[in-house]
Write a protein that binds this ligand. Structure first.
Ligand SMILES: NC(=O)c1ccc[n+]([C@@H]2O[C@H](COP(=O)([O-])OP(=O)(O)OC[C@H]3O[C@@H](n4cnc5c(N)ncnc54)[C@H](OP(=O)(O)O)[C@@H]3O)[C@@H](O)[C@H]2O)c1
Length: 245
């Protein structure tokens, strides 16, 4: 059980959290949308989450690519509850959680397209706002991509997750017999719980890192890991692991 200070929440936020936690308690299948499903992260997330007890909705601008992804997933997991939804409003409307598996530069545009239908929903920010040369962040000091998204969609529950793992890691989230850590940051207890389960389903070891402002650190951590990966040729399958007693 997580404990968060929710004294500053609006009545609408409290009500949305209540609906989400009722759904979690009643064990109703939760609906997770992946926007940018044809991409490296989008397809990896779609494949791995299809193994869990979720209904998965895929959105992509590439019809052929997303259809072959759907085909591959259904072939591999016959029980997968998954479909393609072409309309942003429909996908946002049906989903409990929306994963924005798109580049940082595209996040605001996509957020605007779903804005009217995602009040009280969980929005998962996986982006790393890297500049073209991968030597710095595009965000201003003192704010993360996830916090920008929260400002743009104030009545949603933005959670930062999956940005500190590589798309390649999804195929084998274990390095030297250690399950890779995957950090999660956010302000809403029920949303954190939902994302914690998604991370576990994906095969990573979830770590709750703090409130949404911790996204600044998580996005900087991945900037460093990407730079080190390029310098040391980690083959894009490196990851974070906290070793402790
Ligand atoms: N690659 C990694 O290892 C990794 C790791 C951690 C986090 N991330 C983050 O994950 C996000 C996706 O990265 P990726 O490597 O998967 O990129 P990618 O392979 O280039 O895929 C991104 C997808 O986003 C969609 N997209 C692109 N431009 C768009 C636009 N203007 N509007 C709407 N959708 C658009 C496209 O999907 P459709 O054609 O299907 O619509 C595209 O395939 C990024 O924010 C990145 O920082 C990546």
């Amino acid at each position: 059980m997580l404990f968060l200070d929710c004294t500053h929440w609006t009545p609408a936020l409290r009500e949305g959290s209540f609906v989400l936690s009722m759904k979690q308690e009643m064990n109703t299948k939760q609906v997770v949308a992946v926007i940018g499903a044809s991409g490296k992260m989008g397809s990896a997330l779609a494949k791995t989450l299809s193994k869990g007890n979720y209904r998965i909705l895929l959105h992509s601008s590439k019809t052929n690519a997303v259809q072959s992804l759907l085909h591959e997933i259904k072939n591999n997991y016959s029980s997968a509850d998954i479909e393609i939804v072409e309309d942003y409003v429909e996908i946002g409307w049906e989903a409990d959680a929306v994963i924005l598996a798109v580049p940082y530069a595209a996040e605001k545009g996509v957020a605007e397209k779903i804005r009217s239908v995602v009040n009280q929903k969980v929005i998962i920010s996986i982006s790393n706002p890297l500049n073209d040369l991968y030597h710095g962040l595009l965000t201003s000091p003192g704010i993360s991509a996830a916090e920008e998204l929260q400002k743009q969609l104030p009545n949603t529950k933005v959670i930062k997750a999956f940005n500190t793992v590589f798309a390649n890691d999804f195929y084998q989230p274990v390095v030297h017999d250690q399950k890779l850590d995957c950090f999660i940051a956010g302000n809403d207890e029920d949303a954190l719980e939902l994302v914690y389960d998604l991370v576990k389903t994906a095969g990573f070891h979830p770590i709750l890192a703090g409130d949404l402002s911790m996204s600044r650190t998580l996005e900087s951590m991945q900037l460093m890991l990407i730079q080190l990966t390029m310098q040391n040729n980690y083959n894009g399958s490196a990851g974070w692991k906290i070793l402790h007693n």
